[in-house]
Design a binder for this molecule. Structure first.
Ligand SMILES: Nc1nc2c(c(=O)[nH]1)N[C@H]1C(S)=C(S)[C@@H](COP(=O)(O)O)O[C@H]1N2
Ligand SMILES: [Mo]
Length: 454
């Protein structure tokens, strides 16, 4: 295996090109034509000098006469004066990254206020989702709430009901932890084999951030909560959806549940619950209450509207699974993935993400032949509990059709199921909690498609 590894996605046409709004489309196409040609040539040249021509895919045009103009002719940025600190204030991505965007799925009906935007997993590196690309799920629209007017109440089975201001919360001892959040409805349309075109739409209701805040247990203790009789906590959002969910006290006493104001080193973004949201590691996104205004300590589950009619799984026997909160072990290859195009045969870095609501990811295996043979992928650090884990695997594409899959295993020994295994247990009428193995078909022309392999 040649020791060559390129930026994932950089050899590959990003899937955005055929899905962006018409207006942006032309700009992107223009920018990309030039850039893609450049990268392709640059890779060929670099590979030829560094690792020898044997590692190169066939058909890469190495400029023969006069050298590569992008190397031979000095560009303005190598000879002129750069710009001063034009970006005093808040910095922005490069103009060439204009197609790195959240998107709404072609597989879902959207209304303005009850909406979802998906994170572009195919274009992200490492495990952290940039805050501006974090997925969004709003049941009644988002708000930018004035933190000086926001209040957080603790009541129910407590000695002294308390109301906290943001200032009071931010004086308390804080923790910062990396965790994934996944909507219980992530990958939902794949139950019906709708086969939306890209990993952004199959798996993009998934993000991972460093969250900062106060453990909920600290706030409960300040109110003198009854931690013996109080077995559950109701968490309630402050906007029109009145989103409310029951959280088992055991998750809270472990110190894991955080009343968070920080995300990736700054305050939460408005669309992610500014100024306060609940972080419930390993649990489906709906319990991560945004615009958090109240928690109530109680002795039984609350069966709120958001847990009595939504986020339940209709089983083959006609009964509903309720309070299925934990996001079980799951993974997905993000490159190569649906909508991307392999430009040539030869070396590729297969990369993807794995996660488990029950702890750390222990192992990820990757198949390039639809699940007949598996190879262990490299797990990259950091490998954190209830956070995304990045995996990579060297692959030389021989130009023949290939079906790429990943299968994760967590520290409890749980192995991510195939569709056949999942349907055998869950039937065909589920919407939520699809953690089946995802398959991407690489066709001979290099185009990658979403397929389902049973
Ligand atoms: N107040 C409030 N909290 C909420 C929601 C909401 O609509 N309102 N949506 C929930 C759902 S279903 C999910 S998946 C996550 C989405 O969080 P995000 O928008 O930050 O990605 O927030 C949860 N918390
Ligand atoms: Mo959700």
């Amino acid at each position: 295996m040649p020791p060559i590894s390129m930026h994932p996605g950089r050899l590959i046409k990003a899937p955005e090109s055929f899905l962006t709004p018409a207006g942006v489309h032309a700009v992107i196409q223009e920018g990309k034509q030039g850039r893609r040609g450049f990268l392709r040539g640059a890779f060929a040249a670099a590979a030829a000098s560094v690792a020898g021509p044997q590692v190169m895919a066939q058909g890469n045009p190495v400029p023969t006469e006069g050298g590569d103009p992008h190397i031979m002719q000095l560009p303005a940025h190598a000879t002129g004066l750069g710009q001063g600190v034009a970006t005093l204030g808040y910095g922005q991505p490069s103009q060439f990254e204009i197609n790195l965007q959240r998107r709404q799925s072609p597989g879902l009906t959207q209304t303005t206020q009850a909406s979802v935007s998906f994170a572009p997993l195919q274009s992200l590196f490492g495990i952290v989702t940039p805050s501006g690309l974090h997925f969004e799920r709003h049941h009644q629209g988002w708000w930018d709430i004035d933190p000086s007017k926001h209040r957080f109440m603790v009541n129910g089975m407590v000695k002294t009901p308390k109301v906290f201001t943001m200032d009071e919360i931010m004086r308390l001892p804080s923790v910062s932890r990396f965790h994934f959040i996944e909507c219980g409805a992530n990958t939902a349309v794949e139950w019906a084999n709708v086969a939306v075109p890209t990993v952004q739409y199959t798996h993009g209701m998934l993000s991972c951030s460093e969250f900062t805040g106060v453990p909920l247990i600290t706030l409960l203790e300040l109110a003198g909560a009854d931690l013996k009789q109080g077995k559950f906590v109701l968490a309630e959002g402050g906007e029109g959806s009145s989103m409310s969910r029951t959280i088992p006290m055991s998750l809270i006493t472990s110190g894991e549940v955080i009343v968070a104001y920080g995300q990736n080193g700054e305050m939460l973004r408005p669309e992610n619950g500014y100024p306060l949201r609940l972080v419930v590691p390993g649990i489906q996104g709906v319990s991560w209450i945004k615009y958090l205004r109240r928690v109530e300590v109680g002795d039984q589950p609350y069966a709120t509207k958001d847990e009595a009619v939504h986020y339940m799984d209709l089983q083959p026997n006609g009964q509903h699974r309720q309070y299925t909160n934990i996001q079980e072990c799951k993974s997905v290859v993000t490159t190569p993935s649906g909508g991307q195009v392999l430009l040539d045969q030869g070396f590729y870095n297969i990369t993807g993400l794995a996660w488990s609501g029950k702890g750390k990811v222990k192992r990820v295996d990757v198949s390039v032949d639809g699940g007949r043979n598996w190879r262990a992928a490299r797990l990259e650090t950091p490998m954190l509990s209830k956070a995304l884990t990045r995996f990579n695997l060297d692959w030389v594409w021989d130009g023949k059709p290939a079906i790429i899959q990943s299968r994760a295993q967590d520290e409890t020994g749980f192995v991510q199921p195939t569709y056949q295994q999942l349907r055998a247990v869950r039937g065909t009428r589920s919407i939520y909690h699809n953690n089946a193995i995802q398959s991407w078909l690489v066709q001979e022309n290099g185009e990658v498609k979403n397929v389902q392999v049973s």
